[in-house]
Design a protein around this ligand. Structure first.
Ligand SMILES: Cc1cc2nc3c(=O)[nH]c(=O)nc-3n(C[C@H](O)[C@H](O)[C@H](O)COP(=O)(O)OP(=O)(O)OC[C@H]3O[C@@H](n4cnc5c(N)ncnc54)[C@H](O)[C@@H]3O)c2cc1C
Length: 396
């Protein structure tokens, strides 16, 4: 069998790229290992409103709720609430969201093959993708797109993934007493080392999740849900509906193209390092991949022509990735006392105003850059003694 483009993975990045490539007139096949697009899902489904707008995705029936507010719980459990009073993000039903993107890809002319797991990729002038499942076939393609998630088979077979860093995550759907427009984030070094735990309303349910760079996410999530002094009181105990685990990759930990192969979405490591959100960035970069692929497929899609994708991602998100990764490395080292002090700053009116002025849901580097530029002046205005206490945590 032949196709211009074989996309491995029918998640959001694969289907979004599939739709755009089919609209460019290419013969596109999307191979998905599961019988149903979107299932199983391990995602909280929070997507920024401005990101959706930029991607041209209009909210559909998959939108479960609107988020206007975040409450941060540092280890001291003294809550800090931040809101600009406007809707910042939607919480989506990921299964329905993924299916909507798959429907759009099929409407545009792509062929979707469910229950078709890619088990091998042979590189060459005409790369060959071997599928197993209900479609046991080998496809010859002009271009292969790996959209097969964080543990991407395509990335490994194409030699693009050497040593990658991941965050381990676990999530459950359950019931809890939460405000319908508020996401809650919980921090602490024994609770969720290097990351955080969260509670989000999702329609009539609650999604409780946790990411960690050390130890098992599953065990830590259970103890968060059952024993955290604040969260466990909000969650209705013994009412877990679904449970899942997943990995969040780190950007810049892999190459994203080689001769006749490109990676998109989590397979390419395209997520926000500070929060792990990958839907907006993954799709935004998938669009850049399609632009580069469409131009490259005019001739031979070699690494030389496909590098336009690498350059476009570096232009749009390179600085974002670098600054966020640096900020996360610093965050990973801060002890609980330091987290309490730093979050304590948010209780100060001037700092809150500064954060609310510069925070951008999909581009955390804007706040980091503003802090690098204007932070020292702001901190000086708050009194030197007070500031010195916090600064040693920020040394690289
Ligand atoms: C706990 C958790 C919570 C998260 N919450 C959020 C959030 O709130 N907001 C946000 O923006 N992001 C969130 N993310 C990240 C988000 O889920 C991912 O960034 C996003 O799903 C990436 O989309 P993708 O299409 O690249 O990959 P995926 O969604 O992983 O899709 C990959 C697809 O490829 C298929 N596949 C894999 N291997 C093969 C193979 N060999 N052959 C065929 N098919 C294959 C899989 O079945 C899957 O359908 C979260 C992640 C985790 C782990």
């Amino acid at each position: 069998m032949r196709a211009d483009v074989v996309i491995v993975g029918g998640g959001p990045a694969g289907c979004f790229a599939g739709e755009a490539l089919a609209k460019e007139g290419f013969d596109v096949v999307i191979a998905e290992e599961h019988g149903e697009v979107g299932n199983p899902s391990c995602c909280t489904g929070i997507i920024g409103i401005s990101g959706l707008r930029e991607l041209g995705i209009k909210p559909g029936r998959w939108a479960l709720g609107k988020l206007r507010r975040a409450i941060f719980y540092p280890p001291s459990n003294k809550p800090i609430e931040l809101t600009r009073g406007r809707v910042e993000a939607l919480v989506v039903d990921r299964v329905a969201f993924d299916r909507d993107l798959a429907r759009r890809a099929v409407d545009a002319g792509a062929t979707l093959l469910p229950k078709s797991r890619c088990v091998d990729l042979k590189l060459g002038r005409e790369p060959r993708v071997k599928l197993k499942g209900i479609n046991e076939v080998e496809f010859k393609a002009r271009l292969v797109v790996g959209a097969d998630g964080s543990a991407s088979t395509i990335a490994r077979k194409a030699g693009l993934l050497k040593v990658a860093r991941y965050l381990k995550c676990a999530q459950m759907e359950t019931f809890a007493e939460l405000r319908s427009d508020t996401v809650e984030l919980y921090f602490g070094n024994s609770l969720a080392p290097g990351f955080f735990a969260w509670l989000t309303p999702a329609g009539e349910f609650c999604r409780a999740g946790l990411g960690t760079c050390r130890g098992g996410a599953l065990r830590k999530l259970r103890s968060f849900v059952e024993a955290h002094p604040v969260a466990s009181r909000k969650i209705k105990q013994g009412k877990m509906l679904t449970f899942s685990t997943g990995l969040i990759p780190e950007p810049l930990s892999r190459k994203i193209c080689t001769d006749r192969v490109m990676l998109v979405g989590d397979a390419a490591g395209h997520v926000k390092p500070l929060t792990g959100g990958g839907i907006y960035i993954g799709l935004s970069c998938a669009r850049l991949a399609v632009e580069a692929a469409a131009a490259a497929l005019d001739g031979e899609p070699t690494v030389k022509t496909l590098r336009a994708y690498e350059r476009a991602v570096a232009r749009k998100f390179g600085r974002e990735f670098e600054l966020e990764i640096r900020a996360r490395r610093i965050f990973e080292r801060i002890p609980d006392g330091g987290l309490n002090s730093i979050f304590g700053l948010l209780a100060m009116e001037d700092v809150r105003e500064f954060v609310l002025k510069h925070a951008d849901f999909d581009h955390h580097s804007k706040l980091i850059q503003a802090f690098i530029g204007e932070g020292p002046k702001l901190l000086r205005s708050l009194g030197l003694k007070r500031v010195l206490k916090y600064l040693h945590y920020l040394k690289p």
